[in-house]
Design a protein around this ligand. Sequence first.
Ligand SMILES: Cc1cc2nc3c(=O)[nH]c(=O)nc-3n(C[C@H](O)[C@H](O)[C@H](O)COP(=O)(O)OP(=O)(O)OC[C@H]3O[C@@H](n4cnc5c(N)ncnc54)[C@H](O)[C@@H]3O)c2cc1C
Length: 204
Amino acid sequence: MRPNSELARAADIGVGKTGGIIVDDRLHTGTPHVWAAGDCVESRHRITGWPVVIALGTHANKQGRIAGTNIAGGQAAFGGVLGTAITRFQGVEIACTGLTEREAGAAGFDAVGVVTETSSKAQYFPGAQPMKIKVLAERGTGRLLGAQIVGGEGAGKRIDVLATALWNNMTVAEIGGMDLSYAPPFSPVWDPVLLAAGKAASRI
Ligand SMILES: Cc1cc2nc3c(=O)[nH]c(=O)nc-3n(C[C@H](O)[C@H](O)[C@H](O)COP(=O)(O)OP(=O)(O)OC[C@H]3O[C@@H](n4cnc5c(N)ncnc54)[C@H](O)[C@@H]3O)c2cc1C
């Protein structure tokens, strides 16, 4: 996929190396009275600080609201993106947030990736599904850099806990100690996110 920014180019509005329209955090293009939002713009990645184009409806909706607020004379700023995404294929839930191991390396991070195999519910509970979490942390600081999840029903949306931690610059040790809920129909006693973060913390 690539951004459809031809209209901007034709109007001499700045387009970045990503192919997305360059905007400030208020989504103004720099050209008087012209604002841009959604798949056609580049956004600041919160971990690398780099401009990126990650075409998601989650970003487009927030940006549309922010651009609209500013156009109408209000003050709103877009906080950047992590690229948190989720999908399901043949019953398998797949989700990610932040950087992959390859992206972290390319961005100059000394990253440690740790894979944890666990279960979506208490293992003895009917309907428990296997799931895997990969957590990526910066060696030295222990800061979370990204995570991916794959597994059965109930696995994928756990990415949002990790996305929240990532948004707030938490370390894997801090995440491993968070107070997350437990009852057998929902989770093992050690929630998969706690297990994965704790394992990553031990590794680094
Ligand atoms: C199959 C599919 C599934 C997706 N699933 C998800 C999902 O599960 N979760 C998620 O977060 N995101 C998902 N997305 C991404 C999401 O749909 C987009 O990020 C979002 O729609 C972008 O919104 P937008 O307003 O920037 O662009 P669009 O929705 O593409 O709207 C742009 C509009 O501008 C119009 N337009 C273009 N050029 C001109 C012109 N010159 N003059 C006038 N009008 C013009 C287009 O016709 C279009 O109506 C999915 C995308 C696809 C294709």
